[in-house]
Design a protein around this ligand. Structure first.
Ligand code: PHE
Length: 349
């Protein structure tokens, strides 16, 4: 038979154990585990005490039973209080952590925007589309026939030296000019032709104003009675839309194998209005593109009768337009993808 005083001592110990350990609890989860340690119906320490009942002499069982029951009730209540205060504490912590400070300045959203060269390209397409041009996308890998020969630049023609070419093989190369697309268009389409062909071109050339890869926008119009006057009219419209109504164009004689006559097109300096400044190097004019009347040999190469049709063509360097427009001194800035730089150039919304 168990000694009741020993069991009473055990009851007291368990009570003390609950008192001393419950103060250190730090979470409702820990409180739950602790509760189980004492009150679990099977393994709990208080349940174990109940099992001792068998060992207690019959006349003392009532007293013992009451004592354990009281302990059980007390412990249940105590753990309930602990659970409640833990949950309150945890809720307060969560509320604090998840609180939204409505007075805090909003995080600025940084929407992406179009690259300056893309902006210029879209702007040019808009301008020429309004004059009835259609966009034709050429190919970046060309044969030397399309890039040179068909454009009236046969092998050994000195004009081939005007552009340092990346050859992929004796026949294939990275196109040095979007003019190659003129031939594809004229081979497949009959006049009237009015296309605009933007794209990347490649030349072995690398300094502050030249990059081995850059973008051009080719224009080609073939129809009956196309003259230099049409070219000037179209370019005037383009220049006024791009640089303002006061801008004027000037054609200077030049040379390209695939146009005759050929011209270099200048626009009156949009920084100084033509008085002369650093941008136009004191001349009042800025060169913006090369153009001309399509050489009759090029028409012939494409099976178009030069007696019946004539054409005009122009080639615009997009980086050059972007650099002039946004005041960029080094072409590399356009290709380094440095957001600090790109965010400063281009049209601000
Ligand atoms: N393809 C010439 C260049 O890259 C530009 C040009 C295009 C000139 C069309 C005349 C006509 O320099």
């Amino acid at each position: 038979m168990a000694d009741l005083s020993g069991l009473k001592e055990r009851v007291r110990e368990i009570r003390n154990e609950i008192l001393s350990s419950s103060g250190a609890l730090e979470s409702s989860r820990a409180a739950y585990e602790k509760r189980k340690e004492f009150l679990d119906s099977k393994k709990g320490k208080i349940g174990q005490l109940m099992k001792e009942m068998r060992e207690v002499p019959a006349e003392q069982r009532a007293e013992y039973g009451q004592m354990v029951n009281e302990l059980k009730q007390w412990a249940a209540q105590r753990f309930e209080e602990i659970d409640r205060s833990m949950k309150e504490k945890e809720l307060a912590i969560r509320c604090r952590a998840e609180a939204i400070d409505v007075t805090e300045p909003a995080v600025k959203a940084l929407p992406g925007r179009l690259h300056p060269v893309t902006q210029v390209r879209e702007e040019l397409i808009d301008v020429f589309a309004s004059m009835g041009f259609e966009v034709y996308e050429g190919r970046e890998i060309e044969t030397e026939y399309y890039n040179f020969t068909a454009l009236n630049t046969p092998q050994d023609h000195p004009a081939r030296d005007m552009q340092d070419t990346f050859y992929l093989s004796p026949e294939f190369l990275l196109r040095t000019q979007t003019s190659a697309g003129q031939i594809h268009v004229m081979e497949t389409k009959r006049p009237p032709i009015k296309i605009l062909s933007p794209g990347r071109v490649f030349r072995s050339d690398d300094d502050a104003t030249h990059s081995p890869m850059f973008h051009q926008m080719e224009g080609l119009v073939v129809d009956r009675h196309i003259t230099l006057g049409d070219l000037k009219g179209m370019l005037d419209t383009f220049v006024k839309k791009m640089y303002g109504e006061d801008a004027v164009t000037r054609l200077r004689p030049s040379y390209f194998p695939f146009t005759e006559p050929s011209v270099e097109v200048d626009v009156s300096c949009f920084a100084c209005g033509g008085k002369g400044c650093a941008l136009c190097k004191g001349t009042g004019w800025i060169e913006v593109l090369g153009a001309g009347i399509v050489n009759r040999r090029v028409l012939e190469n494409c099976g178009i009768d030069p007696e019946e049709y004539s054409g005009l063509a122009f080639g615009i360097g997009l980086e050059r337009i972007a650099m002039l427009k946004y005041g960029i001194g080094n072409i590399k800035l356009l290709f380094e993808s440095d957001l600090q730089v790109l965010n400063q150039i281009g049209d601000q919304e």
